[in-house]
Design a protein around this ligand. Structure first.
Ligand SMILES: [Zn+2]
Length: 125
């Protein structure tokens, strides 16, 4: 079978997705998550007692399902893709490059980053 006829950007997202999956086995991620632990509390949604984590942005405390470990510096720079070496070293960074965010703070950050990315792309053309 020949290679799929994907665009360059589709192929890049495919590889990025695989690398991102690999971060579930990146120990630094769990170190950051552990440091954000604020103890067991009743999960407002399920009524069960569960570990809660503090968001580095709004300082709210949330169950595991509502937080993500975020790359402080985006994995692909806002000014655009540099190289896979760059993506890999940004993806698998030290604990100082990672933070715990609640899903709503993460969504706000991602939205702002994507807006900046679009602006950068436009100014390059
Ligand atoms: Zn938050």
């Amino acid at each position: 079978m020949s290679k799929p006829e994907w665009t360059k950007s589709k192929f890049e997202s495919f590889i990025k997705g695989l690398l991102r999956k690999g971060t579930t086995r990146w120990p630094q991620k769990y170190e950051v998550l552990n440091a954000a632990k604020r103890g067991k509390q009743v999960n407002q949604e399920t009524g069960r007692v569960a570990e809660h984590y503090q968001c580095a942005e709004c300082f709210g405390v949330f169950p595991a399902k509502l937080v993500v470990v975020d790359h402080i510096e985006p994995v692909v720079p806002l000014t655009g893709f540099v190289s896979w070496d760059d993506v890999i070293s940004r993806m698998f960074c030290g604990t100082d490059g990672l933070q715990v965010l609640c899903k709503s703070c993460h969504a706000v950050k991602t939205k702002a980053e994507n807006a900046e990315r679009r602006l950068n792309k436009k100014s390059k053309q």
